[in-house]
Design a protein around this ligand. Structure first.
Ligand SMILES: [Zn+2]
Length: 464
Protein backbone atom coordinates (compact mmCIF):
# COMPACT_ATOMS: atom_id res chain seq x y z
CA UNK A 1 0.00 0.00 0.00
CA UNK A 2 1.56 3.26 -0.97
CA UNK A 3 1.54 6.24 1.29
CA UNK A 4 -1.27 8.12 -0.35
CA UNK A 5 -3.49 5.09 -0.05
CA UNK A 6 -2.95 5.12 3.70
CA UNK A 7 -4.76 8.41 3.88
CA UNK A 8 -7.55 7.33 1.54
CA UNK A 9 -8.08 4.07 3.43
CA UNK A 10 -8.07 5.92 6.72
CA UNK A 11 -10.81 8.25 5.54
CA UNK A 12 -12.88 5.38 4.14
CA UNK A 13 -12.62 3.31 7.29
CA UNK A 14 -13.48 6.29 9.49
CA UNK A 15 -16.52 6.85 7.28
CA UNK A 16 -17.63 3.23 7.63
CA UNK A 17 -17.27 3.36 11.39
CA UNK A 18 -19.24 6.59 11.40
CA UNK A 19 -16.32 8.41 12.99
CA UNK A 20 -16.18 10.80 10.09
CA UNK A 21 -19.37 12.10 8.52
CA UNK A 22 -18.80 12.98 4.92
CA UNK A 23 -20.80 15.25 2.69
CA UNK A 24 -23.93 13.57 1.36
CA UNK A 25 -25.59 14.42 -1.90
CA UNK A 26 -29.13 13.67 -3.06
CA UNK A 27 -32.08 11.85 -1.56
CA UNK A 28 -30.54 8.41 -2.06
CA UNK A 29 -27.37 9.88 -0.78
CA UNK A 30 -23.93 9.29 -2.09
CA UNK A 31 -21.41 10.30 0.51
CA UNK A 32 -18.09 11.95 -0.31
CA UNK A 33 -15.24 11.97 2.23
CA UNK A 34 -12.31 13.04 0.15
CA UNK A 35 -11.01 13.76 -3.31
CA UNK A 36 -7.43 13.06 -4.17
CA UNK A 37 -5.41 13.62 -7.26
CA UNK A 38 -1.63 13.67 -7.33
CA UNK A 39 -0.50 15.86 -4.41
CA UNK A 40 -3.79 17.65 -3.98
CA UNK A 41 -6.12 16.18 -1.38
CA UNK A 42 -9.52 17.48 -0.36
CA UNK A 43 -11.26 16.15 2.75
CA UNK A 44 -14.96 16.96 2.74
CA UNK A 45 -17.32 16.58 5.63
CA UNK A 46 -20.08 17.95 7.79
CA UNK A 47 -19.48 20.67 10.32
CA UNK A 48 -18.85 18.91 13.64
CA UNK A 49 -16.27 18.71 16.40
CA UNK A 50 -16.18 14.90 16.01
CA UNK A 51 -15.13 15.31 12.38
CA UNK A 52 -12.29 17.60 13.42
CA UNK A 53 -11.02 15.08 15.96
CA UNK A 54 -11.17 12.23 13.46
CA UNK A 55 -9.47 14.28 10.79
CA UNK A 56 -6.66 15.25 13.12
CA UNK A 57 -6.24 11.64 14.22
CA UNK A 58 -6.13 10.34 10.65
CA UNK A 59 -3.59 12.94 9.57
CA UNK A 60 -1.45 12.19 12.63
CA UNK A 61 -1.72 8.48 11.90
CA UNK A 62 -0.70 9.18 8.30
CA UNK A 63 2.40 10.99 9.53
CA UNK A 64 3.35 8.18 11.88
CA UNK A 65 2.93 5.37 9.37
CA UNK A 66 4.38 7.09 6.32
CA UNK A 67 7.09 9.17 7.91
CA UNK A 68 5.83 12.09 5.79
CA UNK A 69 4.88 15.32 7.43
CA UNK A 70 1.61 17.11 6.81
CA UNK A 71 2.39 20.73 6.13
CA UNK A 72 -0.45 22.34 8.00
CA UNK A 73 0.57 25.79 6.85
CA UNK A 74 0.14 24.73 3.27
CA UNK A 75 -3.26 23.35 4.14
CA UNK A 76 -6.40 25.39 4.33
CA UNK A 77 -9.81 25.06 5.86
CA UNK A 78 -12.80 26.30 3.91
CA UNK A 79 -16.26 26.60 5.36
CA UNK A 80 -19.44 26.80 3.37
CA UNK A 81 -22.37 28.04 5.45
CA UNK A 82 -20.33 27.52 8.61
CA UNK A 83 -20.37 30.06 11.46
CA UNK A 84 -17.11 31.99 11.61
CA UNK A 85 -16.63 31.23 15.31
CA UNK A 86 -16.55 27.50 14.54
CA UNK A 87 -14.14 28.07 11.64
CA UNK A 88 -11.59 29.98 13.68
CA UNK A 89 -11.80 27.38 16.45
CA UNK A 90 -11.26 24.62 13.85
CA UNK A 91 -8.27 26.42 12.35
CA UNK A 92 -6.60 26.70 15.74
CA UNK A 93 -7.39 23.08 16.48
CA UNK A 94 -5.98 21.76 13.16
CA UNK A 95 -3.23 24.36 13.10
CA UNK A 96 -3.96 25.45 9.54
CA UNK A 97 -4.96 28.67 7.84
CA UNK A 98 -8.46 29.80 6.99
CA UNK A 99 -9.25 29.80 3.28
CA UNK A 100 -12.27 30.81 1.32
CA UNK A 101 -13.80 30.17 -2.06
CA UNK A 102 -12.77 30.47 -4.77
CA UNK A 103 -9.72 28.34 -4.12
CA UNK A 104 -7.55 26.44 -6.56
CA UNK A 105 -7.77 22.69 -6.90
CA UNK A 106 -5.77 21.15 -9.74
CA UNK A 107 -5.37 24.63 -11.18
CA UNK A 108 -9.10 25.24 -11.42
CA UNK A 109 -10.73 28.05 -9.49
CA UNK A 110 -13.26 26.12 -7.39
CA UNK A 111 -16.36 28.02 -6.44
CA UNK A 112 -15.52 30.90 -8.76
CA UNK A 113 -18.40 32.42 -10.61
CA UNK A 114 -17.82 31.87 -14.35
CA UNK A 115 -20.09 34.81 -15.10
CA UNK A 116 -17.86 37.18 -13.20
CA UNK A 117 -15.25 38.84 -15.37
CA UNK A 118 -12.58 38.67 -12.68
CA UNK A 119 -12.63 34.86 -12.90
CA UNK A 120 -11.38 35.22 -16.44
CA UNK A 121 -8.82 37.94 -15.86
CA UNK A 122 -5.86 35.55 -15.53
CA UNK A 123 -6.71 33.89 -18.83
CA UNK A 124 -7.27 37.15 -20.70
CA UNK A 125 -4.05 38.58 -19.27
CA UNK A 126 -2.16 35.47 -20.26
CA UNK A 127 -3.39 35.77 -23.85
CA UNK A 128 -2.67 39.48 -23.98
CA UNK A 129 0.88 39.11 -22.68
CA UNK A 130 1.69 36.27 -25.00
CA UNK A 131 0.49 38.15 -28.06
CA UNK A 132 1.86 41.53 -26.98
CA UNK A 133 5.35 40.17 -26.67
CA UNK A 134 5.21 39.54 -30.42
CA UNK A 135 3.42 42.71 -31.39
CA UNK A 136 6.38 44.80 -32.46
CA UNK A 137 8.13 42.02 -34.28
CA UNK A 138 7.92 41.84 -38.03
CA UNK A 139 5.53 38.99 -38.56
CA UNK A 140 3.55 38.53 -41.74
CA UNK A 141 -0.21 38.04 -41.78
CA UNK A 142 0.24 34.30 -42.29
CA UNK A 143 2.67 34.11 -39.41
CA UNK A 144 0.33 35.99 -37.13
CA UNK A 145 -2.47 33.48 -37.79
CA UNK A 146 -0.11 30.73 -36.71
CA UNK A 147 0.79 32.72 -33.58
CA UNK A 148 -2.84 33.29 -32.62
CA UNK A 149 -3.66 29.61 -32.87
CA UNK A 150 -0.51 28.61 -31.04
CA UNK A 151 -1.23 30.96 -28.14
CA UNK A 152 -4.81 29.72 -27.99
CA UNK A 153 -3.53 26.16 -27.83
CA UNK A 154 -1.17 27.04 -25.02
CA UNK A 155 -3.78 28.40 -22.63
CA UNK A 156 -4.97 26.00 -19.97
CA UNK A 157 -7.55 23.81 -21.62
CA UNK A 158 -9.13 22.76 -18.33
CA UNK A 159 -10.27 26.34 -17.83
CA UNK A 160 -12.19 26.20 -21.07
CA UNK A 161 -13.41 22.67 -20.48
CA UNK A 162 -14.97 23.55 -17.16
CA UNK A 163 -16.15 27.16 -17.24
CA UNK A 164 -18.42 28.70 -19.80
CA UNK A 165 -16.96 31.89 -21.12
CA UNK A 166 -19.32 34.87 -20.96
CA UNK A 167 -19.90 36.83 -24.17
CA UNK A 168 -18.11 39.85 -22.70
CA UNK A 169 -14.93 37.89 -22.13
CA UNK A 170 -15.15 36.31 -25.54
CA UNK A 171 -15.40 39.75 -27.10
CA UNK A 172 -12.37 40.88 -25.12
CA UNK A 173 -10.35 37.92 -26.35
CA UNK A 174 -11.44 38.50 -29.93
CA UNK A 175 -10.46 42.15 -29.68
CA UNK A 176 -6.97 41.18 -28.53
CA UNK A 177 -6.64 38.63 -31.32
CA UNK A 178 -7.99 41.04 -33.94
CA UNK A 179 -5.68 43.84 -32.93
CA UNK A 180 -2.78 41.45 -33.11
CA UNK A 181 -3.82 40.09 -36.52
CA UNK A 182 -4.22 43.48 -38.15
CA UNK A 183 -1.77 45.30 -35.91
CA UNK A 184 0.36 46.24 -38.86
CA UNK A 185 3.96 45.15 -39.16
CA UNK A 186 5.05 48.71 -38.47
CA UNK A 187 2.59 49.01 -35.61
CA UNK A 188 0.84 51.73 -37.57
CA UNK A 189 -2.60 51.48 -39.06
CA UNK A 190 -5.13 49.26 -37.40
CA UNK A 191 -7.74 48.61 -40.04
CA UNK A 192 -9.64 45.36 -39.62
CA UNK A 193 -9.46 44.54 -43.28
CA UNK A 194 -11.62 41.42 -43.25
CA UNK A 195 -14.53 40.64 -40.97
CA UNK A 196 -13.67 38.44 -37.99
CA UNK A 197 -16.35 35.86 -38.78
CA UNK A 198 -14.71 35.38 -42.19
CA UNK A 199 -11.22 35.23 -40.69
CA UNK A 200 -12.37 32.41 -38.39
CA UNK A 201 -13.69 30.24 -41.18
CA UNK A 202 -11.71 27.28 -42.44
CA UNK A 203 -9.20 28.09 -45.10
CA UNK A 204 -10.97 26.15 -47.80
CA UNK A 205 -14.16 28.00 -46.99
CA UNK A 206 -12.50 31.31 -47.60
CA UNK A 207 -11.21 32.07 -44.10
CA UNK A 208 -7.78 32.15 -42.52
CA UNK A 209 -8.47 29.27 -40.16
CA UNK A 210 -8.15 31.28 -36.94
CA UNK A 211 -9.61 29.24 -34.10
CA UNK A 212 -12.54 30.88 -32.37
CA UNK A 213 -12.12 30.54 -28.60
CA UNK A 214 -15.89 30.39 -28.08
CA UNK A 215 -16.18 27.36 -30.35
CA UNK A 216 -13.34 25.69 -28.50
CA UNK A 217 -15.09 26.46 -25.21
CA UNK A 218 -18.48 25.13 -26.31
CA UNK A 219 -17.09 21.95 -27.81
CA UNK A 220 -15.06 21.24 -24.67
CA UNK A 221 -18.13 21.78 -22.48
CA UNK A 222 -20.20 19.58 -24.77
CA UNK A 223 -17.83 16.77 -24.01
CA UNK A 224 -19.32 16.53 -20.52
CA UNK A 225 -22.65 15.71 -22.12
CA UNK A 226 -20.92 13.25 -24.38
CA UNK A 227 -19.35 11.57 -21.37
CA UNK A 228 -22.74 11.30 -19.69
CA UNK A 229 -23.93 9.40 -22.76
CA UNK A 230 -20.95 7.10 -22.82
CA UNK A 231 -21.03 3.89 -20.81
CA UNK A 232 -19.13 3.42 -17.58
CA UNK A 233 -19.76 4.71 -14.08
CA UNK A 234 -17.49 7.10 -12.34
CA UNK A 235 -17.70 9.18 -9.20
CA UNK A 236 -18.54 12.46 -10.91
CA UNK A 237 -21.39 10.80 -12.80
CA UNK A 238 -22.77 9.28 -9.60
CA UNK A 239 -22.65 12.65 -7.89
CA UNK A 240 -24.53 14.26 -10.76
CA UNK A 241 -27.13 11.47 -10.87
CA UNK A 242 -27.64 11.70 -7.10
CA UNK A 243 -28.14 15.42 -7.36
CA UNK A 244 -30.12 15.80 -10.59
CA UNK A 245 -31.72 12.42 -11.28
CA UNK A 246 -31.23 9.34 -13.39
CA UNK A 247 -32.54 10.87 -16.60
CA UNK A 248 -29.31 12.78 -17.22
CA UNK A 249 -27.35 9.73 -18.30
CA UNK A 250 -27.91 7.87 -21.56
CA UNK A 251 -30.28 10.54 -22.73
CA UNK A 252 -29.67 12.42 -25.95
CA UNK A 253 -32.58 14.81 -26.03
CA UNK A 254 -32.33 17.39 -23.29
CA UNK A 255 -34.84 19.84 -24.69
CA UNK A 256 -37.51 19.03 -22.09
CA UNK A 257 -34.93 18.78 -19.35
CA UNK A 258 -35.26 21.33 -16.57
CA UNK A 259 -32.65 21.90 -13.93
CA UNK A 260 -33.61 22.85 -10.36
CA UNK A 261 -33.15 26.46 -9.34
CA UNK A 262 -30.60 25.31 -6.78
CA UNK A 263 -28.43 23.76 -9.50
CA UNK A 264 -24.83 24.89 -9.64
CA UNK A 265 -23.92 27.42 -12.27
CA UNK A 266 -21.71 24.81 -13.92
CA UNK A 267 -24.64 22.46 -14.30
CA UNK A 268 -26.89 25.22 -15.57
CA UNK A 269 -24.33 26.03 -18.24
CA UNK A 270 -24.01 22.41 -19.25
CA UNK A 271 -27.79 22.11 -19.47
CA UNK A 272 -28.14 25.26 -21.51
CA UNK A 273 -25.66 24.33 -24.22
CA UNK A 274 -28.53 23.55 -26.58
CA UNK A 275 -29.65 27.15 -26.49
CA UNK A 276 -26.20 28.34 -27.45
CA UNK A 277 -26.11 26.29 -30.59
CA UNK A 278 -29.85 26.30 -31.39
CA UNK A 279 -29.70 22.62 -32.01
CA UNK A 280 -31.17 19.55 -30.40
CA UNK A 281 -28.50 17.34 -31.83
CA UNK A 282 -25.65 18.58 -29.77
CA UNK A 283 -22.86 16.09 -30.41
CA UNK A 284 -19.56 17.86 -30.51
CA UNK A 285 -19.11 17.65 -34.27
CA UNK A 286 -22.52 19.00 -35.02
CA UNK A 287 -22.06 21.82 -32.56
CA UNK A 288 -19.11 23.01 -34.56
CA UNK A 289 -20.82 22.46 -37.88
CA UNK A 290 -23.86 24.41 -36.76
CA UNK A 291 -21.90 27.41 -35.60
CA UNK A 292 -19.84 27.44 -38.74
CA UNK A 293 -22.92 27.44 -40.90
CA UNK A 294 -24.25 30.43 -39.09
CA UNK A 295 -21.18 32.57 -39.61
CA UNK A 296 -20.63 31.36 -43.14
CA UNK A 297 -21.35 33.77 -45.92
CA UNK A 298 -22.56 32.14 -49.03
CA UNK A 299 -19.49 32.13 -51.18
CA UNK A 300 -19.99 31.64 -54.86
CA UNK A 301 -19.05 28.22 -56.13
CA UNK A 302 -16.12 29.67 -58.11
CA UNK A 303 -14.74 31.52 -55.13
CA UNK A 304 -15.07 28.39 -53.01
CA UNK A 305 -12.83 26.45 -55.38
CA UNK A 306 -10.25 29.21 -55.45
CA UNK A 307 -10.09 29.46 -51.67
CA UNK A 308 -9.74 25.70 -51.51
CA UNK A 309 -6.86 25.77 -53.95
CA UNK A 310 -4.81 28.81 -52.98
CA UNK A 311 -3.48 27.18 -49.82
CA UNK A 312 -2.33 24.08 -51.66
CA UNK A 313 0.87 25.68 -52.74
CA UNK A 314 4.50 25.56 -51.78
CA UNK A 315 4.48 29.36 -51.52
CA UNK A 316 5.16 30.63 -47.96
CA UNK A 317 2.11 31.26 -45.82
CA UNK A 318 2.75 35.02 -45.68
CA UNK A 319 2.48 35.14 -49.47
CA UNK A 320 -0.68 33.04 -49.59
CA UNK A 321 -2.24 35.10 -46.80
CA UNK A 322 -1.52 38.19 -48.88
CA UNK A 323 -3.20 36.68 -51.95
CA UNK A 324 -6.13 35.75 -49.71
CA UNK A 325 -6.46 39.35 -48.54
CA UNK A 326 -6.17 40.55 -52.12
CA UNK A 327 -8.95 38.25 -53.35
CA UNK A 328 -11.26 39.94 -50.85
CA UNK A 329 -9.88 43.27 -52.10
CA UNK A 330 -8.85 44.11 -48.56
CA UNK A 331 -5.31 45.34 -49.03
CA UNK A 332 -4.18 48.93 -48.48
CA UNK A 333 -4.40 50.16 -52.06
CA UNK A 334 -4.97 53.87 -52.35
CA UNK A 335 -8.63 53.48 -53.27
CA UNK A 336 -9.19 51.16 -50.31
CA UNK A 337 -7.45 53.59 -47.97
CA UNK A 338 -9.48 56.49 -49.32
CA UNK A 339 -12.73 54.64 -48.64
CA UNK A 340 -11.50 54.33 -45.07
CA UNK A 341 -10.43 57.99 -44.92
CA UNK A 342 -6.84 57.09 -44.34
CA UNK A 343 -5.28 59.47 -46.90
CA UNK A 344 -5.38 63.23 -46.92
CA UNK A 345 -3.25 64.12 -49.91
CA UNK A 346 -4.42 65.95 -52.98
CA UNK A 347 -5.46 63.08 -55.19
CA UNK A 348 -5.43 60.32 -52.63
CA UNK A 349 -6.88 57.67 -54.91
CA UNK A 350 -4.55 58.18 -57.84
CA UNK A 351 -2.20 55.50 -59.13
CA UNK A 352 1.42 56.55 -58.83
CA UNK A 353 2.24 55.37 -62.32
CA UNK A 354 -0.59 56.83 -64.38
CA UNK A 355 -2.41 60.14 -64.14
CA UNK A 356 -6.13 60.01 -63.50
CA UNK A 357 -6.41 56.27 -62.80
CA UNK A 358 -7.79 55.01 -59.51
CA UNK A 359 -5.35 52.75 -57.72
CA UNK A 360 -7.74 49.85 -57.14
CA UNK A 361 -6.46 46.34 -56.76
CA UNK A 362 -7.63 45.28 -60.24
CA UNK A 363 -5.85 48.28 -61.68
CA UNK A 364 -2.69 47.69 -59.71
CA UNK A 365 -2.46 43.96 -60.31
CA UNK A 366 -4.03 43.57 -63.74
CA UNK A 367 -4.58 46.67 -65.86
CA UNK A 368 -1.73 48.94 -64.90
CA UNK A 369 0.40 48.90 -68.10
CA UNK A 370 3.54 47.81 -66.28
CA UNK A 371 1.64 45.06 -64.48
CA UNK A 372 0.26 43.89 -67.84
CA UNK A 373 3.80 43.68 -69.18
CA UNK A 374 4.78 41.57 -66.19
CA UNK A 375 1.91 39.14 -66.74
CA UNK A 376 2.55 38.77 -70.48
CA UNK A 377 6.23 38.19 -69.82
CA UNK A 378 5.36 35.55 -67.20
CA UNK A 379 2.94 33.85 -69.63
CA UNK A 380 5.65 33.81 -72.29
CA UNK A 381 7.99 32.18 -69.82
CA UNK A 382 5.37 29.52 -69.05
CA UNK A 383 4.59 29.07 -72.75
CA UNK A 384 0.88 29.80 -72.44
CA UNK A 385 -1.35 32.24 -74.26
CA UNK A 386 -3.80 34.05 -72.00
CA UNK A 387 -5.84 37.20 -72.48
CA UNK A 388 -5.92 39.18 -69.24
CA UNK A 389 -9.38 38.66 -67.69
CA UNK A 390 -11.25 41.34 -65.70
CA UNK A 391 -10.50 39.92 -62.24
CA UNK A 392 -7.72 38.21 -60.30
CA UNK A 393 -9.88 35.25 -59.40
CA UNK A 394 -10.68 34.69 -63.07
CA UNK A 395 -7.01 34.93 -63.88
CA UNK A 396 -6.42 32.28 -61.24
CA UNK A 397 -8.98 29.99 -62.86
CA UNK A 398 -7.72 30.55 -66.38
CA UNK A 399 -4.06 30.09 -65.46
CA UNK A 400 -4.80 26.96 -63.48
CA UNK A 401 -7.01 25.71 -66.30
CA UNK A 402 -4.23 25.73 -68.88
CA UNK A 403 -2.06 23.45 -66.74
CA UNK A 404 -1.91 19.99 -68.35
CA UNK A 405 -1.84 18.04 -65.11
CA UNK A 406 -2.12 18.51 -61.37
CA UNK A 407 1.60 19.06 -60.91
CA UNK A 408 1.79 21.80 -63.52
CA UNK A 409 -1.41 23.36 -62.20
CA UNK A 410 0.17 23.63 -58.76
CA UNK A 411 3.21 25.20 -60.34
CA UNK A 412 1.06 27.77 -62.13
CA UNK A 413 -0.79 28.57 -58.90
CA UNK A 414 2.53 29.15 -57.19
CA UNK A 415 3.62 31.50 -59.98
CA UNK A 416 0.29 33.34 -59.66
CA UNK A 417 1.15 33.86 -55.98
CA UNK A 418 4.73 34.89 -56.79
CA UNK A 419 3.62 37.43 -59.39
CA UNK A 420 1.06 39.09 -57.10
CA UNK A 421 3.59 39.21 -54.28
CA UNK A 422 6.32 40.69 -56.49
CA UNK A 423 3.97 43.28 -57.99
CA UNK A 424 2.94 44.41 -54.50
CA UNK A 425 6.52 44.55 -53.29
CA UNK A 426 7.57 46.58 -56.32
CA UNK A 427 4.65 48.97 -55.87
CA UNK A 428 5.52 49.52 -52.20
CA UNK A 429 9.17 49.91 -53.07
CA UNK A 430 8.42 52.62 -55.59
CA UNK A 431 6.11 54.51 -53.20
CA UNK A 432 7.91 54.16 -49.88
CA UNK A 433 11.53 53.58 -50.82
CA UNK A 434 11.95 55.41 -54.12
CA UNK A 435 12.59 52.08 -55.78
CA UNK A 436 12.19 51.53 -59.49
CA UNK A 437 9.08 49.86 -60.82
CA UNK A 438 10.72 47.91 -63.59
CA UNK A 439 8.71 45.08 -65.21
CA UNK A 440 11.85 43.22 -66.23
CA UNK A 441 13.18 43.23 -62.69
CA UNK A 442 9.79 42.11 -61.37
CA UNK A 443 9.65 39.18 -63.79
CA UNK A 444 13.13 38.11 -62.74
CA UNK A 445 11.99 38.30 -59.12
CA UNK A 446 8.96 36.12 -59.95
CA UNK A 447 11.22 33.51 -61.53
CA UNK A 448 13.67 33.49 -58.65
CA UNK A 449 10.93 33.26 -56.02
CA UNK A 450 9.09 30.47 -57.82
CA UNK A 451 12.21 28.38 -58.22
CA UNK A 452 13.18 28.92 -54.61
CA UNK A 453 9.79 27.85 -53.24
CA UNK A 454 9.51 25.00 -55.67
CA UNK A 455 12.87 23.49 -54.83
CA UNK A 456 12.50 24.13 -51.10
CA UNK A 457 9.05 22.71 -50.56
CA UNK A 458 8.26 20.10 -53.20
CA UNK A 459 11.46 18.09 -52.94
CA UNK A 460 11.10 16.93 -56.54
CA UNK A 461 13.19 18.09 -59.46
CA UNK A 462 11.60 21.18 -61.00
CA UNK A 463 10.13 20.51 -64.42
CA UNK A 464 8.66 23.85 -65.42
ZN1 LIG B 1 -1.78 53.07 -62.85
Amino acid sequence: MNQRKVLVEGMRKAGQLNLFRGFSIGSEPIVIYHLQYADDTLCIGETSVENLWTLKAILRGFELTSGLKVNFWKSGLIGINVPSAFLSMACTFLNCRLDSIPFKYLGLPIGANPKSLSTWDPLVEHLRNRLCSWRNKHISLGGRVVMINAVLNAIPVFYLSFLKMPRKVWKKVVRIQREFLWGGVRGGNKINWVRWSVVCKEKKKGGLGVRDIRLVNISLLSKWRWRLLSPGRSLWKEVLVARYGNHIIHNVDWSGNRFPISASSWWKDICSLDKVVESKNWLVESVIRKLELRVEDVLEEDARIIFEKIWESPAPSKVIAFSWQLLYDRIPTRSNLEIRWMLITNKPWECVGCVGSVESSTHLFLHYPSALMVWYEVFRWLGVVIVIPPSLSLLFKVLRGVGRNEKIQKGFVMIWHATLWSLWKARNGSIFANGLYNPKVIVDEVKVLSWKWFVARLKVPPCL
